[in-house]
Design a protein around this ligand. Structure first.
Ligand code: DX5
Ligand code: ZN
Length: 217
């Protein structure tokens, strides 16, 4: 069964507690929390103090997506704020293997995100150390963008590589996921769907989460 990770980036920040409770009561599996530094990506979102508050209300694992340079400097602080998973970008980590070891040593599950232009093969030699790969299906930095179709091939190639190695690494797909394209994304091999605008800009977010969860491939 695939997992659903609503991205709080598209939620109503004035009513974060209410939004978190909606996710708690829904069929969602993880909270997806997007942290941006205005350097690696051309936008700034939220950081450690907000995640601390979300963690007090959230009753599901918090999947923290770090779109920041030098993530190793803040990994421990995000752990203290309550992160369960940390996703770092391959593009910001020249010493990716040690970043992953650090995340594990702090008791969290490591994920690695990969931008649309980065070949997925760049991850093959590190797959066995990962909990999940976050395949970016938009350019990181903003919610509400359109899904980039060539991502489907990346998902298929990654799935094949994971399968050939006999691994259980999850494939998370992040950006432009809708109720309409979710089935083809799952069919390509996705295990986790991140959805921001599709969930939070809907008049009935819980129902949308339930629709995404019940898609059969
Ligand atoms: C983009 C973020 C995504 C974003 C997805 O940089 O990593 O998690 O919130 O938003 P939607 O689902 O609206 O494309
Ligand atoms: Zn994200």
């Amino acid at each position: 069964m695939h997992l659903i990770a609503p991205s709080l980036l598209a939620s109503d920040f004035l009513h974060l507690e209410k939004e978190c409770k909606m996710v708690n009561e829904s069929q969602a599996d993880w909270f997806h929390l997007d942290v941006m530094d205005g350097r690696f990506v051309p936008n700034i979102s939220f950081g450690i103090p907000i995640i601390e508050h979300i963690r007090k209300v959230a009753n599901k694992p918090c999947d923290v997506h770090l779109m920041i340079e030098e993530p190793e400097k803040l990994t421990e602080a995000f752990r203290k704020a309550g992160a369960d998973h940390i996703i770092v970008h391959i593009e910001t980590c020249p010493n990716l293997h040690s970043n992953i070891q650090q995340i594990r040593a702090l008791g969290m599950q490591p994920g690695v995100a990969i931008n649309p232009h980065t070949p997925v093969e760049a991850l093959f030699d590190i797959l066995e150390d990962l909990h999940h790969v976050c395949v970016m299906s938009v350019n990181p930095g903003f919610g509400g963008q359109v899904f980039i179709p060539h991502t489907l091939k990346k998902i298929r190639d990654l799935k094949k590589a994971i399968h050939e190695r006999g691994l259980h690494v999850l494939i998370e797909v992040d950006g432009g996921v809708t109720v309409d394209n979710a089935r083809s994304i799952l069919h390509a091999g996705a295990d986790v769907l991140v959805a921001g605008n599709t969930v939070f800009k809907s008049p009935d977010p819980k129902e949308v989460i339930s629709q995404l969860k019940s898609i059969e491939v």
